[in-house]
Each structure stands twice: as C-alpha cells, then as structure tokens.
Ligand binder design. Structure first.
Ligand code: MN
Ligand code: MN
Length: 366
C-alpha cells in the first residue's frame, strides 16, 4: 500500500472540492493498494473519500488475495450472482455522508460502466477527471519502485542472452520468441510486458512488425524488442545484432543509431526538458542524413505500464526530475532494406541517468 501517494491524492481532492474518487484502472489500483490483479470482465474499484477511510471493491474470488496484500483498509467482495453496481452504491451510501462531487478516471472508465455507476447517484457531479492527476503521481518513482524496475531490467538482459544464443541457420523469428519465453517461464518470469518482437533482416524496418515463421538471414540484422513484467513493474529494451558479417552500409546505420542513443543518454539530467532529449537524438540522425527514417518519438515513460508518462517528444516541455523513468529508443528504418533500433529504459538520477538494462550496445556479431 502506498500511503504517501494516497495522502497526496487526498490533498489534491480537497483542493478540487471532491468528496470521493472512484479509481477503476487495475494498474492505478495496484499502484495505490499493493494488490496486483487482472479482474478481466469483473468489477474492481478503489473508493477513496476525502474525509473517511477508503475501501477496495473486488470480485469475491479475489477478496482474500486483496486482504493478504499490503492493503490495510476494508475489502468488499461481490459474488458473480450479485449486481456489483447496486452493491457499490449501497456501500458508499452506508459508509460516507457526502458524495456530491465524485471524481473518476476518465482515461479508463468505460462509458457503459460509467452510466451504470452514475445512475445510482442522480444528484452528483462527475465532471472531474482523475486520470491526469494519477499520471502526475506516477511520474516520479520511489527508490523501491526503481529497485523493482532494475529487477525487471535484469530479466530483459537474461532474455537477450537467451535470444542471441538461439540464432542459427534455419531458425525462424517465432522459434526464437518461443525459446526466450519458454526459458524465462522456467525461471519464474510468468509474463512479458508486451509481445516479444524478433524481426529478421528487412522486416526490422517496420517498427511494429510481428514475428512469423520467416527465417533469420545470414549477414543480416536481427532486431529484438522485449520486456518482462516483474512484481508489477515493466522492462522494455531493444537490441539489434548481426547474424554473420553485416554490410558496410548496415554497419554505418547501426553506428548512427548508437551514437544518437548514447548522445541522448549522456544529456539526461534533472532540469532538461523532455523535448530537448528528443531533439538531441534526432539531430544526430538528421545530421547523418537519415532524419526522415526516424519515424517515432524518442521515448516513453515506463513503470507499472509499459507506456506511461513522460513522453520524450517534440512539444513536451516537461522538465525532467530525479526519479522519472523513460525509454530512449532511436531507430532508423529504411523500408525493404534495413531497420535498427537501440533501446534502454532509464531513471533520472541526481546528476544524470542510469539504465535498467545492461546488455552491451557495441554491434554484436553472432
Ligand atoms: Mn519502448
Ligand atoms: Mn521496446
């Protein structure tokens, strides 16, 4: 349970004149309660009043797990045979005296559920959106969160090692993905933070390509983009390596991307703007003549979700602070020819940044 963040949230609520907030996103709920769960289609909610004690509402089958977590307030369970909305309304009305202004997470509350919930509170105002405030709360990670992200990063390093050694003549992208995930699961990493990407040769020129039965090609690059979910936190990293001797052109593209990544990494420190870091990397690639082939933002925030705030992108003038976590992932994608991306995620330190993943970045040839 994250008492400090709950207190910050309550302070914000009283400034906004909110009586109650209803948090619906499973990742927000695990962030604040310490209870990690995927409710699927069932209803999970955290009800946080400004004055009284909060309660967690969960499917009955998860209620014991929630009680056993670090959450120390009430847990209310509901059976599949009960109407969750009726039960929620009853709980709120019996526990709290004021619910005129109720804030909700508009970024994750479906319209369907919103209508069911609000029908029980006809006189209430639901205009305040809690989502941006939650994003702000999660911007700066605590030392404990950073420790868990280092562990998640370690597993990504292990995944690269498994993947690199699986490359051989006649093996397909999909087989390498299967090998990585099989070996990780055997070691207790039950989930990747997104679908593992292994892309051979020119396929890596599509930043969102998907692995198939296509085989790795001799003297071409293989791109690995992967991450693990570890104790609720994500890692995300990319390495591009060569299967056999790369061409001089491919080597050149690789060294430009590496230069962009290292230059941006060196520039990060508290006080810099997110947009400045993007520009520093983008300039390296543009000055080498390949600006038009770097087709996405430099990076994204990371934490309990693989994509969160802050974005390293033109126009985002957010000032970086110690504890913020994000990826730096420049790439050059020349259609039907070659694709290179190098990515690590970092946390901002007092005077720079530190990567969560340690796999070397000098061009590796297997
Ligand atoms: Mn990424
Ligand atoms: Mn990635």
């Amino acid at each position: 349970m994250n008492q400090e963040k709950i207190s910050e949230l309550k302070k914000w609520m009283s400034q906004k004149g909110l009586d109650l907030i209803y948090l619906t996103s499973p990742s927000t709920i695990s962030y604040l309660t310490g209870f990690v769960s995927d409710p699927h289609e069932r209803v999970l909610g955290l009800f946080l009043p400004v004055q009284a004690d909060p309660f967690l509402f969960a499917p009955a089958l998860d209620a014991q797990g929630a009680k056993d977590s670090s959450w120390s307030y009430d847990v209310v369970g509901y059976l599949d045979s009960e109407d969750p909305w009726e039960k929620i309304a009853k709980e709120i009305k019996s526990r709290y005296s004021k619910f005129t202004n109720i804030g909700v997470e508009k970024g994750s509350f479906t319209v369907d559920r919103f209508e069911k919930f609000t029908s029980y509170f006809p006189g209430s105002d639901f205009s305040v959106n809690v989502t941006p405030t939650i994003e702000q709360l999660q911007l700066r990670k605590t030392p404990h969160e950073i420790q868990l992200m280092k562990e998640a990063g370690h597993w990504a390093d292990v995944a690269f090692e498994i993947g690199f050694s699986a490359i051989k003549e006649g093996v397909s992208e999909a087989e390498i993905v299967a090998e990585i995930e099989y070996q990780l699961k055997r070691r207790g990493v039950s989930q990747m933070s997104f679908d593992t990407e292994v892309l051979a040769g020119a396929k890596a020129a599509n930043p969102h390509g998907s692995p198939s039965s296509d085989l790795v090609q001799k003297n071409k690059f293989v791109l690995f983009d992967l991450g693990c979910l570890w104790k609720g936190y994500c890692s995300d990293a990319t390495r591009t390596i060569s299967f056999g001797e790369p061409t001089d052109f491919d080597r050149k593209i690789y060294s430009i991307v590496l230069d962009a990544q290292l230059t941006a990494q060196k520039a990060v420190k508290p006080g810099m703007k997110a947009s400045e870091i993007d520009k520093i990397a983008r300039d390296v690639i543009a000055n080498a003549g390949y600006g038009e082939y770097f087709t996405h933002r430099l990076g994204h925030g990371i934490g309990m979700s693989v994509h969160e705030f802050p974005s390293l992108v033109a126009g985002n003038d957010l000032v970086l602070e110690e504890g913020m976590c994000f990826s730096i992932e420049p790439g050059i994608y020349i259609p039907n020819q070659v694709g290179v991306r190098i990515e690590d995620c970092y946390h901002v330190t007092k005077d720079g940044c530190e990567a969560f993943t340690k796999t070397p970045k000098e061009l590796k040839i297997v």
